[in-house]
Design a protein around this ligand. Structure first.
Ligand code: FE2
Ligand code: FE2
Length: 249
């Protein structure tokens, strides 16, 4: 029996073959519109998308929890898909697709094939490059869509969030944008700054945000059903605290 051998050679003697920079595929953004938990608020979402289109942002990022709410969830998902926003999936999308937690108040009972396919297409996180460093979009904290990181979270509750520690120590991620708590927040940690866009759910102080990495500013705007968002406050976007500090001061 004749054996054939195929040798695929790598010219290791060629200068520079090993140290060529790996091309980043992460989109670059400088100024983004940021929407936290949507929970089916189609009318507020529509006003927010019109607002972001008028104030020139590079992209609109949506931090998950799109289903389960008072409004028209089918229309909510069509608006997001048609506007080509960068959405990710939250715990409510995970639950919906698995048929879990459907007895909850405001649970979405069913969706069209198109809407379901859209939900199935959503990743848990998305990565970007900004003028100040790497940005991760997620729902809770990083890949953990159930992690609650609130303005007052401290001590053991803070140390229990493993995903936060991982992001703080990740040299490629300096900023994290998320949701889940329904509470807006800009908070600085060692090696990481966290921006939470809050929610547009009518029960919970509905807001949207603009994050400008070039000017290092975060603007929060109150979200309304029948009129454009209105300015609430402008905060400095801090830089991450230096890594030589203790991880949990
Ligand atoms: Fe939520
Ligand atoms: Fe959530």
């Amino acid at each position: 029996m004749r054996a054939f051998f195929l040798f695929v050679g790598v010219d290791r003697g060629r200068p520079g073959w090993y140290d060529r920079p790996v091309a980043t595929t992460h989109p670059s953004v400088s100024r983004v519109g940021l929407i936290g938990d949507v929970h089916g608020e189609d009318r507020r979402l529509e006003r927010a998308l019109e607002f972001f289109a008028a104030c020139t942002v590079d992209r609109v990022l949506v931090a998950g929890d799109l289903v389960d709410g008072y409004g028209d969830v089918e229309r909510t998902l069509a608006l997001l898909e048609d506007a080509r926003v960068d959405a990710i999936r939250g715990n409510h999308e995970r639950w919906f697709l698995a048929g879990e937690e459907r007895a909850r108040r405001l649970a979405t009972p069913a969706l069209s094939v198109r809407a379901r396919r859209y939900l199935e297409s959503l990743p848990p996180t998305r990565r970007y490059e900004t003028p100040r460093g790497g940005l991760l979009l997620g729902h809770g904290v990083g890949e953990d869509d159930m992690a609650f990181l609130r303005p007052e979270t401290s001590g053991y509750a803070l140390q229990d969030i493993d995903a936060l520690r991982e992001l703080m120590l990740d040299p490629e991620i300096q900023y994290y944008a998320g949701g889940h708590t329904h509470v807006r927040m800009v908070r600085v940690f060692t090696g990481l700054v966290v921006v939470n866009a809050g929610t547009i759910l009518r029960d919970d102080d509905p807001v949207v945000a603009i994050v400008d990495f070039e000017r290092e500013e975060v603007e929060f705007h109150a979200s309304h059903e029948d009129s454009p968002p209105t300015f609430l406050e402008r905060l400095a976007l801090p830089r991450p605290a230096p890594l030589e500090m203790p991880v949990f001061p």
